[in-house]
Ligand binder design. Structure first.
Ligand code: HAM
Length: 436
């Protein structure tokens, strides 16, 4: 057997159903807020991430899957997609099509992190970016949208942690203060932080090493270093959130592990996730479009990415076992006699055409065995089609939970199924499934 790569995993049914459900729900909410999907390549030139995410970040300095192409161009499997969306925005001059671009994406990202529960080397994100407006109102609507997504998914126990990381003008003053405070304590910090303190002191605030935390807790926070415009931008975001009833907690040391952020930065953490409790994260990046060759005038941007694997974990925790949730309403057609195979296949085709999900048993297999298979396939109903049934133009409808059975005439079958099994399409347990 060839093992899979460390930190990757196979997502099997019924867990994969939850991924589909989350994606369907997210698409529905995103469309309500007028986002449209963008699909960018899974690999890009390495310099794209080095220039946007930042050379000194953990992601770029030690977590990227980077390899030379046959012509020696350095390529990287995307560790995140904001850089790619902004690259595409610039390449296609999207600001000429609409004053604001609202784009979303769903797909795999790759980071060579130490694998643990909720942290993988290939994971999936559902992300969105709003490009072309610096208004606090945009920040508000994005956060409100995320709350309504969590609400629709019935995920509870979340907390929105909010900060402002200021603009490029604020950064040097804050970094100087950080450096000054870090210098005397440098030898007590972890090796990574000793390096970060020199290359990019902001990243010291991302450190997760236990012994470093008391020192980090004493470092100056950004709020005292924000310029007037950044202060009022942040105040307005908070005012809108309060007015809109969106609960948040100020997190003055939240800087996020990517260099492109400016002003609003946020994370949603969720109590059931354990160590890797960040369900999603995001923020503003008003200088990134310009840094990647676009115009400053269309340059403001804000976005987020949900860790889809973690969102699914939170759903599982909220609902209990996925098997119970996804006990399908599917119909199993049992065909005890080989000659009835064609009739069974044609019945299945009619059912599917009308919108009922169904499975056909192996024609000619013993009825008892077919019933076992029906139970294992999680079907709730069986239709038995034997020689007598076909010759009399009827079927046996059996409820698998209690074994009760009755004869239904073929012409009345669809009406009976609608009454007993539910309307066609009701096989999906999630109310929004299939409507997107
Ligand atoms: P990020 O915080 O690096 O932000 O990732 C966003 C989310 O992806 C995290 O909150 C987490 O749920 C999930 N995630 C990250 N790494 C892993 C992993 N190794 N395994 C499982 N899940 C993971 C970004 O990626 C930014 N591009 C977000 C953004 C969009 N900012 C502005 N626009």
């Amino acid at each position: 057997m060839i093992p899979s790569i460390k930190g990757t995993r196979d997502i099997l049914p019924p867990e994969s159903d939850l991924f589909l459900e989350v994606e369907g729900l997210a698409r529905e909410v995103l469309h309500l807020y007028r986002f449209a999907e963008i699909r960018t390549p899974i690999f890009e030139r390495t310099e794209l991430f080095a220039r946007s995410v930042g050379e000194a970040t953990d992601i770029v300095s030690k977590e990227m899957y980077t390899f030379p192409d046959r012509d020696d161009t350095s390529l990287t499997l995307r560790p995140e997609a904001t850089a790619s969306v902004v690259r595409a925005y610039v390449a296609h001059r999207l600001w000429e099509r609409a004053s604001i671009s609202r784009l979303y994406y769903i797909g795999p990202m790759f980071r060579r992190e130490r694998p643990q529960k909720g942290r993988y080397r290939q994971f999936s994100q559902i992300g969105a970016e709003v490009l072309g407006s610096a208004l606090p109102q945009v920040d508000y609507e994005l956060l409100e949208m995320l709350c309504s997504l969590l609400e629709r998914a019935r995920i509870q126990g979340w907390e929105l942690r909010l900060n402002s990381v200021g603009c490029v003008a604020d950064r040097p003053r804050y970094l100087a203060a950080l450096r000054a405070q870090l210098e005397p304590v440098l030898p007590s910090l972890c090796a990574d932080c000793q390096r970060r303190a020199v290359s990019n002191p902001l990243r010291v605030l991302d450190c997760k090493v236990e012994q470093d935390q008391p020192i980090i807790a004493r470092l100056p926070t950004l709020d005292a270093y924000l310029c007037g415009e950044c202060t009022s931008h942040f105040a307005e975001v908070q005012r809108l959130l309060s007015a809109g009833g969106v609960p948040f907690t100020l997190a003055p040391r939240l800087v996020r592990g990517l260099d492109y952020y400016t002003r609003t930065a946020f994370e949603f953490v969720q109590s059931s996730l354990g160590g890797q409790n960040a369900l999603l994260g995001g923020g503003r990046y008003d200088g990134l479009v310009e840094a990647l060759g676009g115009p400053r005038t269309a340059g403001a941007g804000i976005g987020f990415a949900i860790g889809e694997d973690r969102f699914v974990m939170a759903l599982q925790a909220a609902r209990g076992a996925t098997d119970a949730v996804f006990a399908g309403a599917a119909i199993f057609i049992a065909v005890p006699g080989a000659p009835q195979q064609t009739a069974a296949l044609s019945l299945a085709r009619d059912l599917r055409a009308a919108g009922w999900a169904c499975e056909v048993g192996e024609a000619g297999r013993k009825l008892g065995r077919q019933m076992e298979l029906a139970a294992r396939s999680q079907a709730r109903w069986a239709l038995i089609l034997g020689e007598t049934e076909v010759s009399q133009g009827v079927v046996q409808l059996k409820r698998l939970a209690d074994g009760s059975q009755r004869t239904v005439a073929r012409p009345a079958l669809f009406a009976t199924l609608t009454a007993e099994v539910g309307a066609p399409g009701a096989a999906a347990t999630w109310e929004g499934a299939g409507t997107v």
